[in-house]
Design a protein around this ligand. Structure first.
Ligand SMILES: [Zn+2]
Length: 181
């Protein structure tokens, strides 16, 4: 489990930083992250960057799933989280997803972190951080900053190694096949 320190200059509610993970919560988080990893594997199987997402309600029911489909759909917004957010809103009949936790294998990008804010998602759990586009902790504090009208709880580093390994393998294979990533 990675403890993500707040960046210099970004204000965070101390109560939010003091997230204490019970063994049960951790086990639950890993269970749902495995479901998100299964979505990442669906993307990998069709040569998409392997990122997956599931949205889970407080009763532990997976409300929606999404996997990255950027190449197949030729759509720059076809990220795993966007599919999962839209499907959750459709399933629940509301844009307010405050009861849901989003499990995503990679730290959300600015677009997806923004969409999670717009959906008022209650909690975001991600696997590995994204040094190039991570917008929750790495590059920005979307979902954490009080500058926006909604904040979500964040847990980072759940099954971090498994999540990162899939991406590493994908890009290594892409390089080996002579294509540009
Ligand atoms: Zn994204």
């Amino acid at each position: 489990m990675t403890v993500v320190e707040p960046k210099q200059g970004t204000e965070r509610d101390p109560a939010e930083n003091a997230e204490v993970q019970s063994p049960e919560q951790r086990e639950r988080d890993e269970t749902f992250m495995r479901a998100a990893l299964a979505e990442a594997d669906r993307a990998y199987a069709i040569r998409e960057v392997p990122v997956g997402c599931v949205m889970v309600d407080p009763e532990g029911v997976i409300v929606s799933r999404g996997s990255n489909l950027r190449e197949a759909s030729k759509d720059p917004t076809a990220h795993a989280e966007m599919f999962a957010i839209r499907a959750a809103s459709e399933a629940l009949g509301t844009f307010r997803l405050d009861r849901l936790t989003a499990y995503v294998t990679l730290e959300p990008c600015p677009m997806c972190a923004g969409a999670l804010v717009l959906g008022r998602v209650g909690r975001v759990v991600y696997g590995c951080s994204d040094p190039k586009a991570g917008a929750v902790d790495t590059l920005f504090g979307i979902g954490r900053t009080p500058a926006l009208n909604h904040r979500f709880a964040v847990t980072a580093g759940v099954l971090e190694v498994e999540c990162a390994e899939r991406l590493k393998r994908f890009f290594a294979e892409l390089r080996a096949s002579g294509k540009k990533g």
